[in-house]
Design a protein around this ligand. Structure first.
Ligand code: NAD
Ligand code: ZN
Length: 351
């Protein structure tokens, strides 16, 4: 679990005080990895850099990659005489995962590819702080940093991956575009459905999942003013993340990983595109999802898989099926008897 968190409008202003006691000396910088949306925006001026701290702006157009993590770690190690005091990630799931992975890899040998999996990290990460600027993924609270590697999309899942400190400031969400707000928000909703409907469910993940689901309904079906919706989605993301951290995601995520690997479709949108066709697996969840989509008047792109070759479709199916814990959570121990390659192919063909 994340041991320290502050929440509230304006709490980004506390970051300087939070970092100060963690500064080893003036030669050991803090590295701020920041979504390049904020370059030249007012938030840039509020980043509390001191001494030789470094701000690195990074595009979130593509999901984080193992080679990107390795290049950043190499740069950080060669640019400074001392190891940094810590890493601060400011952005959505993309930047939050990237910062977690960099903090782990600065203190661990080799390439990040070697650590994609479960509990493969040997040494504690560098002190790292997460500041989400869009809500839904739960990346701010989870023990994974999802990376696209040369042959798989898989997280660095470990107790060392989790942030040491998170700053939840709903003010940072005000600039999120409407469609992205929905895609990333629905990631949280889908986490709740997949966790609550899954066989791995337990009382701990259930209590977080139920709270997150209730908040998602308020945000996407209610008539909340924008400021309240921001605050509630920020908490929904947190609880949804906690819920899956102690259970697992399911069918939508497995199928969406195939889309993301072959077409580069981003996580939130990919999950939405898949989830709308999962009536057979999550009938109530899909009905609610379609109601939210109508209420929020969001349109999805269509025909993404129309031009795909048989080989590409086959690759997507194989990637989806390789996510074994997700299927086992969704369909139980005998999941292989309950899903066929043809069924999966048909779902992709609808997208
Ligand atoms: P994102 O970080 O990819 O950002 C989406 C878009 O929103 C980008 O264009 C970004 O620049 C923009 N954006 C972010 N904050 C903004 C703001 N305040 N104002 C205006 N624009 C803003 O989006 P995401 O959906 O949060 O993250 C997706 C990533 O999260 C994927 O890489 C996925 O694998 C990962 N993920 C991780 C976990 C986990 O537990 N670690 C869980 C789910 C998803
Ligand atoms: Zn997700």
């Amino acid at each position: 679990m994340v041991p320290r968190v502050v929440f509230g409008r304006g709490s980004f202003g506390q970051l300087a005080d939070i970092l100060l006691p963690k500064r080893k000396n003036s030669e050991a910088p803090f590295i701020f990895l920041v979504d390049d949306f904020f370059e030249g925006k007012p938030l840039e001026q509020r980043i509390p850099w001191l001494f030789n701290d470094q701000i690195i702006f990074i595009s979130a157009d593509e999901e984080p990659k193992t080679k990107q993590v390795d290049a950043l770690v190499e740069k950080i190690i060669t640019d400074f005489d001392e190891l940094p005091s810590g890493i601060v990630g400011i952005g959505g799931g993309t930047l939050l995962d990237l910062a977690k992975a960099v903090a782990v890899m600065v203190n661990n040998k080799g390439s990040s590819v070697e650590y994609q999996g479960w509990d493969l990290v040997n040494r504690p990460a560098l002190y790292h702080v997460g500041v989400p600027t869009i809500s839904g993924t739960g990346a701010e609270v989870s023990r994974t940093a999802v990376l696209l590697g040369p042959d798989k999309k898989l997280g660095i899942n470990s107790d060392y991956t989790t942030y040491d400190q998170v700053v939840l400031d709903p003010d940072l969400l005000t600039t999120v575009p409407t469609d992205q707000w929905f895609y990333t928000g629905m990631d949280c909703f889908i986490h709740c459905v997949e966790s609550l409907e899954g066989t791995y469910l337990n009382a701990f993940s259930q209590s977080h999942g139920e709270k997150a689901l209730e908040l998602c309904k308020e945000v996407f079906l209610g008539e909340l003013p924008k400021d309240q919706a921001e605050e509630k989605l920020m908490m929904a993301s947190w609880h949804g993340g906690m819920s899956i951290a102690y259970s697992q995601v399911g069918v939508a995520h497995a199928i969406s990983y195939g889309l993301s690997y072959v077409l580069g479709t981003k996580h939130g949108l990919g999950n939405c595109l898949v989830f709308q066709h999962l009536q057979d697996f999550y009938p109530e969840g899909v009905a609610l999802f379609l109601k939210m989509k109508a209420k929020q008047a969001v349109e999805f792109p269509a025909g993404l898989c129309k031009e795909l070759s048989d080989d590409e479709l086959e690759q997507m199916v194989q990637i989806a099926l390789s996510m074994e814990p997700l299927w086992e959570n969704a369909l139980g121990k005998n999941w292989k008897d309950r899903i066929t390659q043809d069924q999966l192919k048909q779902i992709y063909q609808k997208i």
